[in-house]
Design a protein around this ligand. Sequence first.
Ligand SMILES: O=c1ccn([C@@H]2O[C@H](COP(=O)(O)O)[C@@H](O)[C@H]2O)c(=O)[nH]1
Length: 239
Amino acid sequence: MQIKDRLIVALDVTEREKALELVEMLHDCCGMFKIGLEPFCIFGPTFVEEIQDRGGKVFLDLKFHDIPRTVAQAGRAAARLGVEMFNVHIAGGSEMMKAVVEAVREETAGKKQAKILGVTVLTSLGADELTRDLGIDRSPLEQVIFWAQEAKECGLSGVVASPREISAIREHCGRDFLIVTPGIRPAGFESGDQKRISTPGDAVRSGVDYIVVGRPILQAQDPRQAALDIVREMEEAIR
Ligand SMILES: O=c1ccn([C@@H]2O[C@H](COP(=O)(O)O)[C@@H](O)[C@H]2O)c(=O)[nH]1
């Protein structure tokens, strides 16, 4: 895998033409495109195929969170779309996670299987919000480790967490457990609604598998150059 393959671009845009233009512009300088709630609700599931037709791989970031049967059935549908990865909230519980793992295994028997990631503590939440809004007294780091271990026990391939927790997840869950981190901000770019952030270089130095970047690329005057700059920073971090 080349270092550029570890960059996932979040296609958080509202116009289909603009999204497809970005796919054409960026597919050779990143590894995957993330389709989240905004583009999926606007463009629908056929948008996944449109990206795949242009040579792009897809991370479907719909963060399923429901009862076990519902999430298992949604997971089957996601797997049928041929996405590389999709995710579920670990807060949905172990029965839910085991149900979706089993459903995807059945659905894709003998074929390449979509990786299932568990969403830990959203990168937009800091320690105060975790306690005040969610009633969780652990620190974000402790909660992420607790959930990451649970996700691993249930058979998930990895987790979505903030770059601040990368090394602790590695330590507790091992080298083969995937770590995908949004909350990435090149130096000088505003954090916006993200609370637990770091630079692309720091994330790579901490041992991340994939970084997810949206606004720092989408809002750049030259999105391709912004993506290339991020890849260069990642390269320099592993030298
Ligand atoms: O904890 C999470 C989980 C998912 N996201 C998603 O990642 C991108 C980040 O976009 P930026 O513009 O680079 O902040 C966005 O699509 C989120 O829905 C996350 O940020 N944090």
